[in-house]
Design a protein around this ligand. Structure first.
Ligand code: TYD
Length: 208
């Protein structure tokens, strides 16, 4: 089972992904917890370029190819091998981030992005995408207060983040069986409880 977390910055994805991984491990599953950009040594080097606040001159096409290069390495070296071993893979962001941020956020052509993404991933799609939804201003505020890493993309205008959110909503509507929206403006434990129930339901269904 390949589970991805999506949502705006500061939606708490990282915490929720970690808590879910710990829970599933306690239940006896082997879980690979990973993230994008990154997830592999080469991916982490690409991540550093993408996040460096000095790189304001980055062209939008260069940006998408860097995210995609990180993703190609991630799928080939980490995700596919783990799935082949029958493990559960949980990724904090995946290809939908590209469609939401570079497509809806930056306005790059969605069909091109889908082609680049299909090339990078060999067509690997998550079985379940948990979408942690929160208003962009609340997410960014949480991020700043929480002392989390402040990246080049966090510094984008609020309108950019509004477009990203609308993008996620559009993507979720296109594939309602894969996407589950979770209200992220609630206490951590409450959100985690809902996520566990969703994932356990899917695991039961998968076992038949
Ligand atoms: P990260 O530090 O992982 O932030 P978060 O905790 O919010 O996930 O930074 C990832 C940033 O990169 C985030 O602003 C979203 C952006 N991003 C894209 O624009 N496109 C992509 O394909 C991916 C994977 C991330």
């Amino acid at each position: 089972m390949f589970i991805t977390f999506e949502g705006p910055d500061g939606s708490g994805k990282t915490t929720q992904a970690r808590l879910l991984a710990e829970h599933l491990r306690r239940r006896g599953y082997t879980v690979v917890l990973t993230r994008e950009p990154g997830g592999t040594p080469i991916g982490d080097q690409i991540r550093a370029i993408l996040h460096d606040p000095r790189n304001t001159a980055m062209d939008a096409r260069a940006e998408i190819l860097l995210f995609s290069a990180s993703r190609a390495q991630h799928v080939a070296r980490l995700i596919r091998p783990a799935l082949a071993r029958g493990e559960i893979v949980i990724s904090d962001r995946y290809a939908d981030s590209t469609l939401a941020y570079q497509g809806y956020g930056r306005g790059l052509d969605l069909e091109h992005l889908r082609e680049i993404t299909a090339f990078a991933t060999g067509g690997l799609t998550p079985s379940l995408t948990l979408y942690l939804d929160i208003a962009p201003q609340d997410g960014l505020r949480r991020r700043r207060l929480g002392g989390g890493e402040w990246t080049r993309l966090d510094a984008e205008a609020l309108e950019f983040h509004e477009r990203v959110r609308a993008g996620y909503e559009a993507l979720a509507r296109l594939e309602p069986e894969r996407w589950v929206r979770v209200d992220a403006a609630r206490p951590v434990e409450e959100i985690q409880e809902e996520i566990r129930a969703i994932v356990e339901g899917r695991l039961r269904a998968a076992r038949g």
